[in-house]
Design a protein around this ligand. Structure first.
Ligand SMILES: Cc1ncc(COP(=O)(O)O)c(C=O)c1O
Length: 495
């Protein structure tokens, strides 16, 4: 491996400059071992298509053994690398994950909620939150997020709505918070954690989009706010390989053993050393160079924001806006550009950027497109995005604004049975117009703002059906699970 050309901050401890897992893997790959273990490509021993495609990388794709430790029972270099990750993020414990934050969310919910126990969750949680509810048998109580009608997206939950949820559900065991949201909004997590802890409620955090937060100037990550556990998609914003995440604990409310046990159930017994060692490398990189890189990046984002807004049609989501209107903080590395004043939807601008300018955005919604900016971006890459957006503005501005969406939170429906019970119940798929009063086995999701209209176990009201038709007719943005159009899967009434 090449030596870094960057100088290290003097405060970086010597131990953090090491990468014990990666170093052991590198040594093993260079040792001239003759492998009679799996994986069957034997470190790329034969010249075949896989070897031609991936080359030397195959020498690092090996299986567990004494010198490389075992993820499900770490005692050697994996334990050492996890402990360095814990130190880097200010945690008591860190667990390497090889199936993304998805598995971390399942593990956090399953380690904290027994069947029937109450979990407070934002209604706009990631799919894995609902899957965790089904697997654990928890009883969800939903908290509506703050909806931003101007940008057409949902932000985080407010302190007041968390307080309301706690007051009306005093037996709640766990609160899950998304911090930051996909679009970068950050609830007042310190206040929320204090409030939850006063009521003996454990706070677990979906930090999929916030692995870098603690390394931003004035950044405050979920653990610094007092959360008991957080899962971070290191692969999304902190430079590790896709699928690699970190689950961090800082609490007496959740034991290390309970998390290790549930991860042992959920994760593979053949964890990828490429993924795990990329976590070791990314942690090293963040600690050694993260702060300096983010300090250099933020002025570039501010500059790009100014340029994007100069023509008058675009608006970029900013800290002051989010703070004034929603009393939340904002992570400006999520460049959310409101484009509907061009007379185009976010989906149309997303497609133009890809098809005409070969620019791949992270996502589009009705009113916005979003770019994720990381220290791998440069003045040049940002300028390409700015130039493309300005060219689209020049060619396409229609002097009108697309405003066909009613982006409002809906009433939460009556939960008749727990989502887990709905999942395992006998089901049938029926026309949605005939579903009033039936119990849903599906989730109907409205994008934007990414809030479900109904989830498994909830009663389908007349209102749900009316809203389904409204959204389907006006913008066609209803995500259905049943295979056929205008159908929904429900629990059979007389099984
Ligand atoms: C808010 C949120 N939580 C969790 C996840 C799951 O993360 P991962 O892809 O690391 O499994 C995602 C993925 O996009 C997400 O957007």
């Amino acid at each position: 491996m090449k030596q870094s050309v960057l100088s290290l901050a003097p405060s970086v401890p010597l131990t953090q400059q090491r990468m014990p897992l990666y170093e052991a893997l590198h040594t093993y790959s260079q040792s001239g071992v003759t492998p009679f273990d799996v994986p069957g490509h034997k470190m790329g021993a034969t010249t075949n298509t896989l070897q031609q495609a991936f080359g030397d990388v195959l020498g690092l794709d090996v299986n567990s053994m004494k010198e490389l430790d075992l993820l499900s029972h770490p005692q050697g270099v994996i334990a050492e690398a996890q402990s360095l990750a814990a130190e880097a993020f200010g945690a008591d414990e860190a667990f390497f994950l090889v199936n993304g934050t998805t598995i971390g969310i399942l593990a956090m919910i399953m380690a904290t909620c027994a069947p029937g126990e109450t979990l407070l969750v934002p209604r706009n949680g990631h799919k894995s939150v609902m899957d965790g509810i089904i697997l654990s048998g928890a009883r969800p109580i939903f908290i509506q997020p703050e909806v931003d009608v101007h940008f057409g997206i949902a932000h985080g939950v407010s302190v007041a709505s968390v307080a309301r949820a706690i007051t009306t559900n005093p037996s709640a065991k766990v609160l899950l918070v998304t911090y930051p949201t996909y679009f970068g909004a950050m609830s007042e997590l310190t206040e929320i954690c204090e409030l939850a802890h006063q009521h003996n409620i454990t706070v677990i955090v979906d930090g999929a989009h916030g692995a870098h937060l603690g390394f931003m100037p004035n950044g405050k990550d979920a653990l610094a706010c007092g959360a008991d556990a957080v899962t971070l998609s290191m692969h999304k914003t902190a430079g590790s390989l896709t699928q690699s995440s970190l689950l961090l604990l800082q609490t007496k409310r959740i034991t290390k053993a309970s998390v290790q046990k549930v991860l042992g159930m959920l994760q593979t017994t053949s964890a990828s050393y490429l993924l795990m060692s990329s976590l070791d490398i990314a942690r090293h990189e963040l600690v050694c160079h993260g702060k300096e890189r983010y300090a250099q990046l933020l002025p570039l984002i501010k500059q790009a924001t100014k340029q994007i807004e100069a023509g008058g049609h675009y608006e970029v989501l900013k800290q002051a806006y989010v703070n004034e209107r929603f009393a939340q903080h904002y992570d400006m590395t999520k460049l959310v550009v409101r484009v509907n004043s061009l007379g185009l939807t976010g989906f149309e601008v997303y497609t133009l950027l890809k098809e005409q300018y070969n620019i791949q955005m992270e996502l589009a919604e009705g009113y916005v497109v979003m770019a994720v900016i990381t220290p791998a971006d440069t003045t040049r890459s940002l300028q390409r995005l700015v130039d493309a957006l300005l060219a689209i503005e020049k060619d396409h501005a229609k002097g009108m604004t697309v405003l066909s969406l009613h982006v409002t939170p809906y009433e939460v429906n009556e939960l008749v049975v727990c989502p887990r019970e709905a999942y395992y119940a006998s089901q049938e798929t029926i026309v949605i117009d005939e579903a009033e009063g039936r119990i849903s086995a599906d989730t109907l999701m409205i994008y934007p703002p990414g809030i479900p209209l109904v989830i498994p176990g909830e009663k389908i009201s007349r209102d749900v059906i009316a809203q389904y038709h409204y959204y389907n007719k006006t913008i066609g943005n209803v995500l259905m699970e049943a295979g056929s159009a205008h159908h929904i899967t429900v629990i059979k009434e007389h099984a």
